[in-house]
Design a protein around this ligand. Structure first.
Ligand code: NAG
Ligand code: NAG
Ligand code: NAG
Ligand code: NAG
Ligand code: NAG
Ligand code: NAG
Ligand code: NAG
Ligand code: NAG
Length: 361
């Protein structure tokens, strides 16, 4: 008996000491700063040196020079703690760079040392002033990139095809980049892409590809570009889509009935195109819809307004400036609590006729 107790006691003591050692080991390891890699530090410094720091050149009034803390002095050499820089804790590689609104002013090309940061996963260069540089094709070397944000940064010119090299890319924001030329359709088909915004690039032309059902696109915004052509039936393959915004583009042809495949869709804006034909029956599966704007097109035919009223979350419908005849069983006097703007929208009709059927019950 006594032996047994002694044995148990010794064993507990051993366990206690073992856990103590483990705890100390963990503490000492985690208190160690990740070590910035020499080559990546000099790549960052070289990148910084390529620009003038001028906050008045940014579109963001709250821009401040993040790179001011980036200095070669030994006491500041831990580049992983520099403003806007984030490293992998194990390897010390720079994996995230957020230099949005950092007052960078000057040109950028494929020689930039930034493209030596081969482990980079997120890159945000929004709201700087790259002085009408083209988007460097070298960005295609960053094959692990999942997030790329170049919005509002005074780029200019063509989108390089090597963007399409980024097979892990989930988010691409090219809002207001002064892009022109033809947008590479391959980008729509990037296998991991969930968010694509190329809005407000008036001179950018392009057309939609045939979409595959493997697409994970959730947000597709082409507002204010010169994308043209028909909407392919295969757009119905984008069944994960939440937001579809083609406002003020140059799309023509009819609205494909395959849109009824968008069971996740909440926001649909195709206003200001030259779409023709009738509006397909959308409501059966589109139970998440809250906003539909199809105004300023050439849509015609009869539309059963009540199909939208059946959707619980629905709140805004804009159909003005078309050749539509709207049918509804609801009298114009009925109050529709979930439909705040309906009456206002109907009141602003220009070329669309409205036929009110009398309520039957
Ligand atoms: C911006 O571009 C203009 C015209 O090419 C040039 O004169 C100017 O020096 C550039 N500024 C910077 C900071 O690179
Ligand atoms: C890039 O660097 C190479 C070699 O250093 C040079 O020959 C080339 O002109 C540079 N390209 C640009 C666009 O600056
Ligand atoms: C595309 O990626 C591969 C490796 O992932 C790389 O070798 C190649 O240089 C990249 N192409 C461009 C144009 O960046
Ligand atoms: C891109 O960066 C700007 C500025 O930081 C931000 O407002 C915008 O939401 C970003 N876009 C995405 C898709 O994250
Ligand atoms: C959806 O994509 C598949 C391939 O994944 C294709 O065969 C099919 O034609 C597409 N659907 C439509 C309606 O085009
Ligand atoms: C609807 O989506 C499914 C996959 O989610 C796809 O197989 C089907 O082809 C799509 N239908 C149309 C008309 O695009
Ligand atoms: C609703 O979705 C189901 C399956 O996702 C599909 O079979 C059916 O055709 C859809 N209905 C309409 C009106 O599109
Ligand atoms: C709607 O209200 C007006 C005045 O309040 C009334 O004259 C009219 O008969 C009503 N119309 C219907 C269809 O109830």
């Amino acid at each position: 008996m006594t032996d047994n107790y002694l044995y148990q006691f010794m064993f507990m003591r051993f366990l206690f000491l073992l856990s103590l050692v483990l705890v100390l080991l963990t503490v000492s390891l985690s208190s160690q700063q990740p070590l910035c890699r020499e080559d990546e530090r000099s790549a960052l410094l070289q990148f910084k040196d390529g620009f003038i720091i001028d906050c008045s050149a940014s579109f963001d009034p709250f821009a401040y020079p993040k790179v001011a803390s980036w200095t070669p002095e030994k006491e500041h050499s831990e580049c992983c703690s520099w403003d806007g820089v984030e490293c992998n804790e194990d390897t010390g590689h720079v994996i995230r760079l957020d230099l949005s609104s950092s007052c960078l002013y000057g040109s950028i090309n494929s020689n930039t040392s930034l493209f030596h940061l081969l482990q980079l996963q997120r890159l945000n260069l929004a709201f700087n002033n790259f002085n009408h540089s083209q988007i460097p094709f070298g960005v295609g070397h960053l094959s692990t990139l999942t997030y790329l944000n170049l919005s509002n940064s005074m780029f200019w010119g063509q989108v390089p095809k090597s963007l399409a090299n980024l097979s892990s890319l989930a988010t691409l924001d090219l809002l207001k980049c002064w892009l022109h030329g033809e947008f590479p359709t391959e980008i729509f088909l990037l296998p991991s892409l969930r968010f694509l915004r190329v809005a407000y690039n008036q001179d950018l032309i392009g057309h939609l590809p045939e979409f595959y059902s493997s697409s994970s696109l959730q947000v597709l915004t082409l507002e204010g570009t010169s994308f043209y052509g028909k909407l392919p039936t295969s757009i119905g393959n984008l069944s994960s889509l939440h937001v579809l915004n083609f406002r003020n583009c140059h799309f023509s042809g009819s609205i494909p009935a395959s849109l009824s495949n968008f069971t996740q869709l909440t926001y649909l804006d195709m206003s200001g195109n030259t779409l023709t034909g009738h509006i397909p029956s959308l409501s059966a599966n589109l139970t998440q819809l809250t906003f539909v704007d199809l105004s300023y097109n050439k849509l015609s035919g009869m539309l059963e307004l009540d199909m939208f009223l059946k959707i619980k979350s629905f709140s805004v419908l804009v159909l003005s400036s078309n050749y539509l005849t709207l049918l509804t069983r609801i009298s114009s006097n009925d109050t529709l609590p979930q439909f705040h703007t309906l009456h206002w929208v109907l009141a602003t009709y220009r070329s669309s006729q409205i036929s009110y059927a009398t309520k039957t019950n």
